[in-house]
Design a binder for this molecule. Structure first.
Ligand code: ATP
Length: 364
């Protein structure tokens, strides 16, 4: 029998609900008009550029700040003014705030000690949690300052789990780590999320991190949540130019409507466009084409749209190659798998093209 997931169950009450949440600092709204339902057990990531309000939002969710307007409810109970220690939530920081003179085990089981749990049970639970975060058993008595950055991050995670929170908040916990370790921990966090079934709310300005781990991503800009959706929705159907450019390298062409059809503003030519998603009647628009949907057109090959330019640069992206093609003043990006690499070198004249169905048309 098929199991119904929580996300599919329409009656599932959101674990956290935000309605009209706003945070003012003096006359400045750092967070504005946030409406958001967080589903139980989901991995939700809030991304956005520096200063867009991510930390302010997370601080209100964790109880370290109160909203100036609006309501935050946890399982239907209003928690606007509930202090952090009374919430069934836990915050994992980038700066780990571990106890430097204590061992790994003591750090992890601190919450249990406060609750008055006896030493033998604390040790048992600490070892269980160490197994979950993949720390070796013999680290139990090791001084936490003798652990590496990645190991300390795991200790911090295990310590957060020891509180047995319903919701875990993560404030850029991986940003101080080197690339390889970060990649490994991203995958482990995703596994941990699945294994524990807890609700994770994560903030980062790395969209790559968000894409790897999240069930849903919320994109913030200037205090507002401009789009919330699955990674595929955010990448494949961005609501505006800001989101489309934030979620990756894209080609953007400005176009205007003429009697003859759509004419390029910043590149020469006329173009066939896919209709805007909301059916808006636009006189000017942006066409957004992801580099992987652009292709080189050889003799006898065609596409709905074509531009002529010169190869300007070529970069290896591992399994793919990215070409920069100069078209007039504009640089367009074309990405091919290594197997289909273009043999033409720098400065060669090329024709690039794309089909209307592979691009999207946005009004702003
Ligand atoms: P980053 O990615 O750089 O951490 P962020 O998206 O988390 O940025 P916030 O830290 O939430 O952004 O800040 C949002 C805006 O609110 C910024 O303009 C910031 O200067 C302002 N702000 C944050 N906290 C305060 C405060 N206590 N007093 C005044 N302004 C604040």
């Amino acid at each position: 029998m098929l199991q119904t997931t929580l996300a599919d169950a329409p009656s599932a009450l959101p674990i956290l609900q935000l309605v009209g949440v706003r945070k003012m600092f003096g006359g400045f709204a750092a967070v504005e008009g946030i409406d958001l339902d967080v589903r139980e057990g989901e991995f939700l990531t809030i991304v956005g550029p520096s200063g867009s309000g991510k930390t302010t939002l997370l601080r209100m969710l964790a109880g370290m700040d109160t909203p100036s307007e609006g309501n935050i409810t946890l399982r239907g109970e209003l928690i606007n003014d509930m202090p952090p220690n009374r919430r069934p939530t836990c915050l994992v920081f980038q700066s780990l705030a571990l106890f430097p003179h204590k061992s790994v085990g003591e750090n992890i089981s601190f919450a249990l000690k406060v609750k008055g749990v006896d030493a033998a049970s604390r040790r048992k639970r600490a070892l269980e949690l160490m197994r979950i975060v993949r720390l070796p058993e013999n680290y139990h008595d090791k001084n936490v300052m003798k652990c590496s950055g990645g190991e300390r991050q795991r200790v911090a995670l295990a310590r957060a789990f020891a509180y047995d929170p319903e919701v875990l908040f993560f404030d850029e916990p991986l940003s101080a780590l080197d690339y390889k370790l970060k990649k490994a921990l991203e995958k482990e966090l995703k596994d941990l999320h699945r294994e524990t079934g807890k609700t994770f709310i994560y903030i980062t300005h790395s969209l790559e991190e968000a894409m790897v781990m999240s069930d849903r991503i919320g994109v913030m800009r200037a205090g507002r949540l401009v789009q919330v959706g699955t990674p595929e929705e955010i990448y494949g159907a961005p609501v505006d130019r800001f989101v489309s450019e934030f979620v990756g390298e894209v080609n953007t062409i400005g176009v205007k409507r003429t009697d003859a059809g759509w004419e390029g503003i910043d590149v020469p030519g006329s173009f066939v466009l896919s209709p805007p998603k909301d059916g808006a009647q636009l006189d000017e628009a942006f066409v957004v084409i992801r580099p992987e949907y652009m292709r080189f057109l050889g003799a006898g090959e065609s596409a709905d749209n074509a531009l002529t330019g010169t190869v300007y640069n070529e970069y290896s992206l591992g399994s793919r190659i990215q070409y920069q093609v100069r078209v007039g003043e504009k640089v367009m990006l074309v990405e091919l798998s290594r197997a289909r690499a273009l043999l033409a070198g720098a400065s060669s004249e090329v024709t690039i093209g794309w089909d209307a169905a592979d691009a999207f048309t946005l009004g702003s």
